[in-house]
Design a protein. Sequence first.
Length: 157
Amino acid sequence: MHRTRTFREKLADNHGLPRVQRLTGGMKRWWGPGTIVLPSAREVDALMRRVRKGRLTTINHLRAVLARRHHTTVACPIVTGIHARIAAGAAGEDEAAGRKSVTPYWRTLKAGGELNPKYPGALTEQRRRLQREGHTVVARGKRLFVADYERALARLH
C-alpha cells in the first residue's frame, strides 16, 4: 500500500529544482521569448517566511522576486502556487505538532489579494489570522479578499 507523503516531506524534496529553462511552445506564445524558472518548494517557503506581521505578499509578487533572483523572464505560476500550498501544509503540520515558529502562510494571497481556500483551516482560518493582524477581509460573491492589500505588500528580494 502506498503511503501519502506529508507536506513536510514534500517541502524537503527538491525534485532537481530550482531549474531554469527556455520558454517553448505554448509558454513562449503566452510570455514571449525568454526563460522560465521552476522554483523549489524550499525557495518559495523561504520567501513566504520573510513576510512579517502586518505585511502581505501574493503568488505573483513571489513570482516576480523569483524571476529577478534567477535572471529569467518569468517564474512558473503553477509550480510557485503548488509550492506555496506545500509550504502552507507543512506549516499546518508543524503547528499541529506544537511548533510555534511556522511559515506565516496566511500572509501569502492569490492574485488580486484573494484568500486561498486550499490553505490549512481554509478561508475561515486565513481570514481570522489576517483580521487579527489588522487587515480587513471583504467578500466578493463567494470569494474573500484583503481590502487594499497593495498597501501592505512586503518588500522581498
